[in-house]
Design a binder for this molecule. Structure first.
Ligand code: GLU
Length: 295
């Protein structure tokens, strides 16, 4: 089977060092498998979107010579396709409307949804309501290619999770699966912050009868407080003036060897070398602090 990988940033801000690590890791894994590397802009959440972030992200990838194959998929252009799936799930009673408040769910054991609205037959006609998946194919375990066997507790795996939000937006856990299928993705390489929702996503592949891709969850770059570098935590945007040295630091973060004479290499030569020498087995299983001062 031909390898197809992807990088799927949300345009909630410019790329930071943590997202560069994810972009580079997914690119090198795809290219070392002689595969394609696609980019998808996950712009389904307009309130969280920062104007101009999509084009800034793409420009930054280009400066790093991280050129994508095929056309970019913008989730904002796919609502009809998502809506059709949502309607099918509702028609087959594999999904249902829910009017439970966050507060109610917060007070439940584990803070997980208890299926209260499963048989209430709400229709969402009079007020906007969330739509939940009726979980019939819970997944309790999967094997991550970097972190090994991952197990999920029963309440978590069995939770009827939200697939369409009360504010009218499609939920990430649904559309990520629909789009990875649409783009023919065979392996998902992304940050380890998404490990906890992976079982939910695999349950959707099983429900839809689709082949499940393999997963590689990369270590997260942490700040001094132990938090993931993120746009929300105001991580410093990537400065595109020192691409080679940033690439070297990202490679080191991913446990990869670096060429001795990298200062003399062009960005393209550096990436070609990194593709040839890429070893997925060297990627650390733990998140870690950044030891230099790019934050
Ligand atoms: N859009 C997500 C993010 O920027 C990544 C989703 C994924 O890779 O599955 O964190």
């Amino acid at each position: 089977m031909h390898y197809i990988g992807r990088f799927a940033p949300s345009p909630s801000g410019p790329l930071h060092f943590g997202s560069l690590v994810t972009a580079l890791g997914s690119y090198l894994q795809a290219k070392s498998c002689y595969g394609k590397w696609l980019v998808r802009i996950e712009d389904i959440d307009p309130p969280r979107e920062v104007k101009g972030a999509s084009s800034l992200i793409l420009k930054t990838l280009e400066v790093f010579n991280l050129y994508w194959d095929d056309e970019i998929l913008y989730q904002s252009a796919c609502s009809e396709r998502y809506q059709a799936v949502l309607q099918t799930l509702l028609d087959k009673q594999l999904a249902y409307f829910c009017d439970c408040t966050r507060q109610r769910i917060h007070n439940l054991p584990y803070g997980l949804y208890d299926g209260f609205c499963r048989d209430r037959h709400l229709n969402g006609l009079n007020q906007p309501l969330a739509i939940r998946l009726k979980q019939t194919q819970p997944v309790y375990q999967f094997t991550d290619r970097i972190r090994g066997i991952q197990t999920f507790d029963i309440p978590n795996a069995q939770e009827d999770f939200i697939i369409h939000r009360k504010d009218g937006l499609f939920a990430y856990n649904l559309v990520v699966v629909l789009d990875d299928y649409q783009q023919g993705i065979t392996e998902i390489v992304r940050g380890a912050d998404l490990l906890p929702v992976t079982a939910k996503q695999i349950s959707l592949y099983q429900l839809f009868g689709l082949p499940t891709p393999s997963y590689c969850h990369l270590p997260l770059v942490l700040d001094n407080n132990g938090n993931k570098l993120s746009k929300q935590n105001h991580a410093k945007p990537i400065e595109v003036i020192n691409t080679q040295s940033l690439t070297i630091q990202a490679l080191q973060f991913l446990g990869q060897q670096i060429p001795q004479d990298w200062q003399d290499a062009t960005q393209k030569q550096l990436l070609d070398w990194a593709i040839k020498n890429w070893k997925i087995t060297n990627i650390p299983k733990q998140n870690s602090l950044l030891t230099t001062n790019i934050r």
